[in-house]
Design a protein around this ligand. Structure first.
Ligand code: HEC
Length: 117
């Protein structure tokens, strides 16, 4: 009886840790903390406006399509799905993948989901 309990205890503890972890994770996904003001604006400025800025024309855009400007939340809005694909799934934006670490991509995804879904 006691012996069974001793072997079961670590398993129970692991189960508890996993359960608490799962609850914590779903809670942090549910209460969105990332907003345009505290994350999105600075993210776009730092990683995207180098090319996707309405202040840039011609060669200064480095090939970024003329209407794809992310200076404001409003102008970025219609590019959220495409950006999700390019930044998070395919990692083709910014054009050099090494320019953006994976944890930043994950935050970007979280922000998009919070802000637009
Ligand atoms: C070094 C310049 C550069 C940077 C920085 C950059 N892009 Fe781009 N972007 C481009 C170019 C060039 C294209 C056109 C080619 C393509 O679609 O792959 C493009 C296209 C896009 C498109 C498609 C627009 C359309 O009209 O189809 C989206 C969406 C996009 N970028 C999002 C982003 C996001 C979000 C960031 C920041 C995380 C970013 N880009 C950073 C150069 C850049």
């Amino acid at each position: 009886m006691t012996r069974h309990f001793k072997t079961a205890l670590p398993i129970l503890l692991i189960g508890l840790v996993v359960a608490v972890g799962a609850i914590w994770q779903s809670a942090s996904a549910a209460d969105c903390t990332l907003t345009y003001d505290n994350f999105g604006k600075a993210f776009l400025e730092k990683h995207c406006l180098f090319c996707h800025s309405s202040a840039k024309t011609g060669f200064a855009r480095k090939g970024a399509p003329g209407d794809a400007n992310f200076d404001t939340l409003d102008s970025f809005k219609k590019f959220t799905d495409e950006s999700m694909k390019k930044v998070v799934v395919k990692k083709t934006m910014p054009p050099m993948a090494s320019m953006l670490p994976d944890d930043e991509r994950a935050k970007f995804k979280q922000w998009i989901e919070c802000e637009f879904k």
